[in-house]
Structures are given as structure tokens and as C-alpha cells.
Design a protein around this ligand. Structure first.
Ligand SMILES: Nc1ccn([C@@H]2O[C@@H]3COP(=O)(O)O[C@H]3[C@H]2O)c(=O)n1
Ligand SMILES: [Zn+2]
Ligand SMILES: [Zn+2]
Length: 242
């Protein structure tokens, strides 16, 4: 069984839709894909809290809309709930996450390693399993020179933040049933844009759910053709597989 609830569907600096963070239920294991700085407010809006709502977190890359909520999980986990969640992350992001992001906020003389706060499950790009469901990280281009990953979850593709890569989308279309893709409404050198996604044939567009969009989505939709693309909505529960 796979369910999805987006804690947010907004672009990096969205005020309206919160950070693009995805709460998957994988046969009962609750995996949060990316934990940005709005994740806790979003959970609170739903009457939930990270310590009961999350078993593990997967991080795709180091931008605040994807990692900004981790400090609370680390500190609250250690000092309030005595709970360490699993942390799935590409091997080559472990040091950047610790050195350039979390260490300053959470370290003290007794706790100076990511594993003091999380059950770190570093991954390469080989498939791995969570609760009987296969996942794999796929290195994708986002900011030039900065490591970033998309994720395959069973027969679902989740881009996180990625440039438009037609070859990758075509190959993922063959392998997967649904594609969740970031989509900016203006041009961007680091994210797929709606104009780029609309160059894809209709049979591929039909399988794409856009996310990580700008706050003026509704206005854009009223005035522009969105082809066959579907819009992934914040706080809506999707049953993706029985
Ligand atoms: N080279 C870059 C790097 C970052 N950015 C902006 O910063 C945001 C960080 O989160 P994001 O969701 O990846 O979106 C990025 C851009 O808005 C950008 O516009 N150009
Ligand atoms: Zn982002
Ligand atoms: Zn990003």
C-alpha cells in the first residue's frame, strides 16, 4: 500500500503552499521525503506532530525548503521524545548536511555526529527497501555543481528539485506509472518549467503531477493552457497503490 499526503507543494520561497515535502505511507511506514522549514507548521495544521507521524525522512538535497525542519527533529528527538528517526540520504550528502547545515545548531561536546540524532541510512544509487517497497535515489541536475537526487518509489517517480531532462522523463515514463515533477511557472535554469513540461507528448503529460509551484498557480491556470498536466495538491490524501 502506498499513500501520499503533501505537507506542502510550493516553490522554495512560497508563502501560500508551504515547502514541497511529501509524506508517504509505505505499507504503514511513514516516510517524509524532505523536511523543510514549514514541515512542522504543516503537520500542526493537520493536527499531527513529527514524533508520531514520521518513522523516517529521506533528504534529496540541501536547500532550506528540503532540510530546514531537520534541526527540530534532531533536538526534539534527543531532548524531548528520546526518538531517533531513520534518515535516508545519499552518501555524498551526509557530510554536507552535517558540516554545512545541521552541526551549528545541534552539536555540543557530547553529540557531534549526525548519528547522534538520526539512524543514518546512507545510500548510493542502488535500490533499497523500506517495508517491502523498493526505492532508489537517482542523481539529477538541479543547481550546477550541487548534488541533488530524485527518488523512485516502487513504480512512482518523484523529481524533488530538478532541471527539465527530457531523456530522463521519457525513460521514467517507461518505468513508472506516475511522475511527480517540480514545475515553476516562469523560466528557471534550475527547475523544470511549465513551458518545458508542456513540450512532452500528451501521453506523458497525463502521467505527470506538478508540484513545487509558485503562489500564483490559480491565476496562471485561469489564463493559460496547462495541457494534460495534473496538479498535486497540498494536504490531500492520495491512495497511490492498494
Ligand atoms: N542557482 C540558484 C540557486 C538557488 N536559487 C533559488 O533559491 C531557491 C532554493 O530552493 P529551491 O526550491 O531549489 O529554489 C531555489 C531558487 O528559487 C536560484 O534561483 N538559483
Ligand atoms: Zn525546493
Ligand atoms: Zn532546491
Amino acid at each position: 500500500m502506498i499513500e501520499l499526503m503533501m505537507l506542502g507543494t510550493g516553490s522554495g520561497f512560497s508563502r501560500k503552499y508551504y515547502n514541497n515535502n511529501a509524506l508517504f505511507n509505505l505499507n504503514g511506514y511513514k516516510l517524509l521525503v524532505d523536511c523543510g522549514h514549514t514541515a512542522h507548521r504543516s503537520l500542526n495544521d493537520l493536527g499531527m506532530s513529527w514524533h508520531s507521524a514520521i518513522d523516517g525522512i529521506l533528504i534529496t538535497h540541501i536547500h532550506a525548503d528540503h532540510v530546514g525542519g531537520l534541526e527540530e527533529v534532531a533536538l526534539d528527538g534527543k531532548y524531548k521524545y528520546n526518538k531517533k528517526v531513520d534518515l535516508y540520504i545519499a552518501q555524498d550528502l551526509v557530510m554536507p548536511l552535517w558540516n554545512n547545515c545541521l552541526q551549528g545548531g545541534v552539536c555540543d561536546p557530547l553529540h557531534n555526529d549526525l548519528s547522534d540524532f538520526f539512524n543514518v541510512k546512507a545510500q548510493d544509487e542502488k535500490p533499497f527497501q523500506i517495508n517491502g517497497i523498493q526505492l532508489a535515489l537517482i542523481h539529477t541536475e538541479h543547481v550546477p555543481g550541487k548534488k541533488s537526487y530524485s527518488v523512485l518509489i516502487d513504480d512512482l517517480f518523484f523529481s524533488s528539485d530538478a532541471q527539465f531532462d527530457e531523456k530522463l522523463i521519457v525513460s521514467m515514463n517507461e518505468k513508472t506509472r506516475m511522475l511527480f515533477h517540480d514545475c515553476v511557472l516562469d523560466k528557471s535554469p534550475i527547475h523544470a518549467s511549465i513551458d518545458e513540461l508542456l513540450t512532452l507528448p500528451y501521453d506523458i503529460q497525463e502521467k505527470i503531477w506538478i508540484m513545487h509551484y509558485s503562489d500564483h498557480l490559480e491565476e496562471y491556470k485561469r489564463n493559460n493552457d496547462m495541457g494534460k498536466l495534473k496538479i498535486l495538491q497540498q494536504h490531500k490524501q492520495y491512495l497511490l497503490k492498494n
